[in-house]
Design a protein. Structure first.
Length: 159
């Protein structure tokens, strides 16, 4: 057994696991504000700041995508309104009826994806795991100046 072993829940304190779990769960209610507050007040803990930063980055991406969907929706509405008021007889606005379900599905997929990720990683944080979000985990490690393996594995004691 010379390989690295998975870091277990004993390597973090119960308080750290609780705060990291709260960072993931509270993003569902408090959007980006809750993980930001936890990130700022628990900077001394690498574990909590890592999990809170991941939740914060997820909420930033979530907000950007939601704004893009809203802009797409409003551009479609205003384009349809301007076409209808151009002096021609009103016609069927196909773009509005085609885009409405797509934007709605986009919002629902975004919400469900964020919900699933938040719950999944809250459970992992509660177990004391240094679980990385896909893509955002590497970014969080770079921002915190953590190595790719820091916090993940501990050396096996030699016997």
């Amino acid at each position: 057994m010379n390989g690295p072993t998975q870091v277990n829940w004993l390597d973090t304190t119960p308080d750290e696991r609780t705060m990291a779990t709260l960072a993931h769960v509270l993003q569902l209610i408090g959007s980006w504000i809750a993980p930001l507050i936890i990130f700022l007040i628990r900077r001394q803990s690498r574990f909590v700041s890592f999990h809170a930063l991941q939740a914060l980055l997820l909420q930033i991406i979530h907000t950007i995508i939601a704004i893009m969907l809203m802009v797409l929706w409003f551009v479609t509405i205003f384009t349809t309104v301007f076409q209808q008021t151009s002096g021609k007889p009103p016609s069927f606005p196909p773009a509005l009826f085609l885009l409405f379900p797509l934007v709605w599905i986009g919002f629902m997929a975004l919400w469900v994806g964020t919900l699933v990720i938040a719950i999944m990683y809250a459970i992992k944080a509660g177990r004391g795991e240094w679980a990385d979000y896909p893509v955002l985990g590497k970014l969080a490690r770079k921002m915190l100046k953590m190595g790719p393996m820091e916090g993940r594995f501990a050396p096996t004691p030699q016997m």
